[in-house]
Design a protein around this ligand. Structure first.
Ligand SMILES: Nc1ncnc2c1ncn2[C@@H]1O[C@H](COP(=O)(O)OP(=O)(O)OP(=O)(O)O)[C@@H](O)[C@H]1O
Length: 178
């Protein structure tokens, strides 16, 4: 962490292809740690940070600048978990650690289908996971040392991932809060 940053708790970014389990892990972590979970795909709507609707992908288009301006003051003191299926537009200085959730293609396919995804939306999300797009995006946007892949295929993975993040937070406090 840069010496200029004076957070008393770390900020955590959880990213990955849609359906890999970002919300589930973030919700669990927020309950266990008291950190504030910022679920950006929902908050962007609440904060009027959408700039339109993409008919082809049937999804909203983010007003990134407005969203970042809204988030900036919230990130100062730390203790935030941000969950989003993209990671290259946040300021690097915001995060102390970045987790990229990974799910096997066949498992992810079933999860997304169950959610009603079909056609191009389904195929492109599976391709996003196959080409490890979010992992590459995270590695090129943050110091590789703070980017960690977490398997998210099963309930056992979910439990061990949450345990791992909680342990990491405890260690961060020991190392950073005097
Ligand atoms: N580790 C896991 N093992 C089994 N099922 C899981 C796991 N993680 C999440 N799930 C299930 O997969 C589905 C998608 O999870 P979730 O909504 O948390 O994903 P997401 O990455 O937040 O998706 P989005 O980016 O679209 O919000 C849910 O039904 C959830 O219960």
């Amino acid at each position: 962490m840069s010496p200029a940053v004076t957070r008393t708790l770390p900020n955590i970014l959880i990213t990955g292809t849609p359906g890999t389990g970002k919300s589930s892990l973030s919700r669990d972590l927020a309950e266990r740690t008291g950190f504030e979970w910022l679920e950006l795909s929902k908050l962007a709507k609440d904060w009027s940070c959408l700039s339109g609707f993409d008919e082809e992908y049937q999804s909203s288009v983010l007003d990134e600048d407005k969203l970042l301006d809204t988030l900036e003051p919230k990130m100062t003191n730390g203790g935030k978990i941000i969950d989003y299926h993209g990671c290259d537009f946040f300021p690097e200085r915001w995060f102390d650690i970045v987790f990229v959730l990974r799910t096997d293609n066949t498992i992810l396919y079933d999860r997304l289908q169950e959610r009603g995804y079909t056609g191009k939306k389904l195929t492109e999300n599976i391709e996003c996971e196959i080409f490890q797009t979010l992992l590459e995006e995270a590695k090129s946007s943050y110091d590789e040392e703070i980017v960690h892949e977490l398997p998210s295929n099963s309930q056992a993975d979910a439990t061990s991932n949450a345990d791992r993040v909680v342990s990491w937070i405890e260690q961060w406090k020991k190392d950073n809060v005097k």
